[in-house]
Design a protein around this ligand. Structure first.
Ligand code: NCD
Length: 306
């Protein structure tokens, strides 16, 4: 049985197969409309979500399957003190696959050790978010036609942003990518990303504080929200939250074929005026998230279509 906990649980070849399947689903939706008939997905969300939970549920419905679950810890027996081990052993009696989001790093991994069905990590604290990574990879490949040979800027909360940690880790296996990490000093990537991912693999990266200085060099700009819920005090959040605001003026210095990604939700970090710019990919990215989750559910359930 396979689980998806860490972005590195999938090889580069498996990721490519998943992206190819996602593209086929996009091109031939009807072909896949009954592949999960009789199957159930449980979404166990101990932390808030809009896109991830609803795109998982929409994905399962578009495959002809059914969904059940809860969308906050308050509405589950976690409030009575139940462990994730027990929760998944029980939910595994009702569903064929489980997507779990949890505020504690490592909770989905712990759950997978006892689960009778595949567990998908739908975000664990500030750690990883592998299905957002698949969404981001599909988006970069569809927008740019490639997954290597580019300069990528990550901007915003690189310390607590789990989508950033996951995507950097997954991209570390592709050729010739230069990383420009744009953040205030307090929100730089964690040490393990610098040492284990960049330095151990001899991957070039640069840490800067100003977006203006580097925007013209980027092929992809991955914007992120400052993760308020992971801050220890509100004053720091307020001081840092609006450090970067991408607007049409800043974009004047960017490449014509820049791709702007954002996992969403957006707060202030991208002006809504940017939404009409063809370089803004974030709503297409959110749509891609549904298709890539359809491909993932099929893969974990071992289902194929001729
Ligand atoms: C992200 C997350 O939950 O980590 N959202 C998402 O799943 N698209 C990003 C965020 O919350 O900032």
């Amino acid at each position: 049985m396979r689980h998806l906990i860490d972005p590195m649980d999938l090889s580069v070849q498996e990721i490519q197969e998943m992206l190819d399947l996602s593209n086929d689903i996009i091109a031939n939706k009807d072909k896949y409309s009954e592949v999960c008939k009789g199957k159930k997905l449980a979404t166990l969300f101990f932390e808030p979500s809009t896109r991830t939970r609803l795109s998982f549920e929409a994905a399962m419905m578009e495959l002809g399957g059914n969904v059940l679950g809860f969308s906050s810890a308050d509405s589950s027996s976690a409030t009575k003190g139940e462990s994730v081990h027990d929760t998944v052993q029980v939910v595994g009696c009702y569903a064929d696959v489980i997507a779990m989001r949890h505020p504690k790093e490592g909770a989905p991994l712990l759950a997978s050790l006892k689960s009778p069905v595949p567990i998908i990590n739908a975000g664990d604290g500030g750690h990883y978010h592998p299905t957002q990574t698949l969404t981001d990879l599909l988006t970069i490949q569809r927008e740019k036609g490639r997954l290597g040979n580019m300069t990528i800027g990550f901007c915003g909360d690189l310390k607590f942003g789990r989508t950033v940690h996951s995507l950097i880790k997954a991209l570390s296996r592709y050729e010739n990518i230069r990383y420009i990490l744009i953040s205030p000093k307090e929100l730089q990537v964690p040490d393990y990303i610098r040492t284990e991912v960049f330095e151990n693999n001899n991957i070039p990266y640069q840490q800067v504080e100003s977006m203006d200085e580097v925007i013209g060099e980027l092929d992809v700009l991955y914007m992120t929200r400052v993760q308020r819920e992971r801050f220890f005090n509100e004053a720091d959040y307020i001081r840092l939250k609006d450090t970067y605001i991408l607007d049409t003026k800043k974009l004047k210095n960017a490449k014509e074929d820049l791709s702007i990604l954002h996992p969403l939700p957006r707060v202030n970090e991208i002006s809504t005026k940017v939404d009409d710019d063809p370089r803004a990919c974030y709503f297409r990215q959110a749509l891609n998230g549904k298709y890539v989750r359809m491909a993932l559910i099929m893969k974990l359930l071992g289902l194929e279509v001729e």
